[in-house]
Design a protein around this ligand. Structure first.
Ligand SMILES: Cc1ncc(COP(=O)(O)O)c(C=O)c1O
Length: 404
């Protein structure tokens, strides 16, 4: 039985902070086990990784290796070597764009992305296109706000080399059928990159089943500390890429003539000291998520969302943009009111939501509005919190200058 009240006891922030936190797509609260894991590294066994020959260094190496294996299992990759530690989704996507895109794209090749992409899955490609002469093709969404296999097929040509898409949009919350899209992309001879920032924390994700080439996601959106993320890449693709950061911890040898030999993947992509305390935290976060079960988390968010959406639909002053999304993202506006004003009003009722463009600057072409308000739920969100949110949205009609 999913017991949200029991889950909340694991999060010390709820003792100290009474905010109704509905900005989980931006970042999440951390359970005590994650805080303890970070503290253990800082207070009990601090050492660098991959360098020392003493007991604590060995313990740290062991935990880093164990975390890689835990991530491998979490997303069901074939090999642990396919898991690269980065600083987050943005860093992972930049690494793919630079280390794969810049190496393999030529002038007039095409990179297919959608108008729902986050800046972090747009600007790295803009830069690669600028440097290589490749072209970005921006795909619209279907009427239902989705990226479908059919749509992808219609926008691919013989020149398409890379298709880079969001699994779950951070604005609309719809789950794109990445497995079927990957088949279309591969049949046309291209590779598929998936932005999993909003899917991996909320749904079971299986990279082998989906047969995707790359996946990027962030620890801080799934209970872990900031500054740690994952780049998953198929081993044979990672092996073809050159690192874009050079330094300690990734080389075997080098000489004054400029020759060098690098470690195998994934270590060649991890120059410099890793964010080790965040890796400790990520380990604890994944164990915690596994204990609750990703299926159960998805069901909890979906159930609460359905409840909220049914109530919002009864409010005439509310415009909903993603009524049927399967995840915990609710995007709306109040008729005639600027989204930031709505968020500021909700803040006065102690409800934290996000407003504006949500770093997806072209999605306005689908939504028809520059700014929206986004409430995003997670495994610890309660029905009572949703009721507080609904009450605030309901009363906003009286307070905000709607219908002008
Ligand atoms: C869909 C999507 N992609 C990428 C990112 C960037 O993630 P990060 O800031 O952790 O690198 C986010 C963060 O909001 C996101 O929602």
């Amino acid at each position: 039985m999913y017991d949200v009240y029991k889950i909340r006891k694991d999060f010390p922030v709820f003792l100290n902070n009474k905010t109704v936190y509905l900005d989980n797509a931006a970042t999440t609260y951390k359970p005590q086990v994650v805080i303890d894991a970070v503290t253990d590294y800082l207070s009990k066994e601090t050492a660098n990784s991959g360098r020392g020959d003493y007991r604590d260094a060995y313990l740290v190496d062991k935990r880093v290796d164990e975390t890689r294996i835990l991530v491998k299992k979490f997303i069901n990759s074939k090999y642990a070597e396919e898991i690269v530690f980065t600083q987050g989704t943005t860093a992972s996507l930049n690494m793919i764009a630079v280390c794969y895109g810049e190496k393999f794209l030529k002038a007039n090749d095409e990179i297919l992305i959608s108008i729902a992409e986050h800046s972090s899955n747009t600007l790295p490609w803009v830069e690669v296109a600028r440097k290589t002469g490749a072209k970005i093709i921006y795909m619209p969404l279907t009427e239902d706000g989705l990226i479908t296999p059919k749509l992808v097929k219609e926008h691919m040509t013989k020149k398409t080399k890379i298709v880079s898409l969001v699994h779950v949009s951070n604005v609309l919350g719809y789950v794109n059928d990445v497995k079927k899209i990957a088949k279309v992309v591969h049949d046309m001879g291209a590779i598929i990159v998936v932005d999993g920032a909003q899917s991996v924390p909320h749904l079971p994700v299986d990279v082998q089943d989906m047969n995707i080439d790359f996946l990027a996601f962030s620890g801080h959106k799934m209970l872990a500390p900031t500054g740690i993320g994952i780049l998953y890449g198929k081993k044979h693709l990672l092996e073809k890429m050159d690192p874009y950061q050079m330094g300690g911890g990734m080389n075997i040898s080098y000489d004054k003539e400029g020759n060098y030999e690098l470690f195998k993947v994934p270590h060649r992509f991890e120059a410099g000291t890793l964010n080790i305390e965040a890796i400790y935290g990520l380990h604890a976060a994944i164990e915690y998520l596994n204990k609750i079960g990703m299926d159960n988390i998805a069901k909890h968010e979906h159930k609460l969302r359905r409840y909220a959406v049914a109530k919002l639909k009864e409010m005439d002053h509310v415009i909903l943009y993603n009524e049927n999304a399967e995840t915990g993202i609710i995007t709306f506006n109040i008729k005639g009111v600027f989204s930031q004003d709505i968020a500021t009003y909700l803040n006065s009722k102690n409800v934290a939501v996000r407003s504006g463009q949500h770093c997806a600057k072209f999605i306005k072409e689908y939504i028809g509005e520059i700014g929206t308000v986004r409430a995003s739920l997670y495994l610890y969100t309660t029905k009572e919190e949703i009721d507080t949110f609904l009450k605030a949205v309901e009363t906003s009609e009286n307070y905000l200058d709607a219908y002008f």
